[in-house]
Write a protein that binds this ligand. Sequence first.
Ligand code: ADP
Length: 357
Amino acid sequence: MANISLQHLDKIYDNKVQAVYDFNLEVKDGEFIVLVGPSGCGKSTTLRMIAGLEDITAGKLLLDGEDITATPPKDRDMAMVFQNYALYGHMTVYENMAFSLTLRKEDPNLIHQKVMAAAEILHLTDQLNKKPKQLSGGQRQRVAMGRAIVRNPKVFLFDEPLSNLDAKLRGATRREILLLHKRMKATMLYVTHDQTEALTLADRIVCMSMGHVQQIGTPLELYDTPANLFVASFIGLPPMNFFKVQVEENRVCHPLFSMQLTPEEQQLLKKYIGQEVTLGVRPENIAEGDEISMKVVSNENLGMSTLVHGYLGDVRTSDSSLTCKLRGWCDYRSGDVVKLSFEKRHFFDSQTTAAIR
Ligand code: ADP
């Protein structure tokens, strides 16, 4: 069992930098939570407060109902895996994995059993006699995970564990972490700046910006119903396109286009008639159609789909640029004009940036 309750956590560093504001989250037993956001948004600070590596300035942290706000890290029964695996170079893989248990003077037979079991889960059985420098980056990261697994902690904390790996290894190791979670059914909190990792790993994502939680929800909730402009632009790749539009009774109007609203959208935007809102559309929700004309700048074939970048009207500006991800293989050339339709539209309050629901 490992429920974690984060209640109104604040972190202010000694230099008066407030890194985290009023962080609230109830982590369920066995849940995989991913904290995601750009560099400097307070993800690591939050994780380190949970681990006990940073003091909590204000708020409360509970583990299975017990207040651990001031408990030293070693008594929290949590294991942390870092970006730089920090393995001992002079020790073998086996010794690295056994180290924390040896230090605790556990029974050598028990240590052996635990190391062999972790090595099997992580496909490291054949590597146990090697030194870290004889391993690939992915294998070293697995050894770092092995060190955490042998301790059988209540909670696993991962701080950007894949960012030192190349793209292919990142994908493979990501899938291993997912399997590890399924197999161990442990509570895991995972920090990353990579929205793909968040979408593929998390049961629930916590999206942060500038020390503030922006939205907490399943990957699909954040992708499908982002709470505000920040989440809408951060989750999804390539990012959502945005346009400032004027709301009329049954249309929205931009200097370069005008679009008919569905009855549901008209209802949604009723109180904004005569005002400006921000229209968002994901590149994959744009298809060849008849609503707008885009002048093509570039065409990138991805195999199953084609990324087409361009702009509306005659001039390329931030409010006329558009990226679409069209199905199949397209061969547009620079200067071609392509007719498009927006299949799913999101609307945001231009003042508050909140999604209009
Ligand atoms: P992230 O993990 O999202 O990249 P961090 O939690 O590392 O962000 O940092 C959040 C903010 O706190 C940043 O502005 C960072 O500069 C600041 N910060 C982090 N660690 C310290 C520290 N030890 N002392 C002072 N400020 C810090």
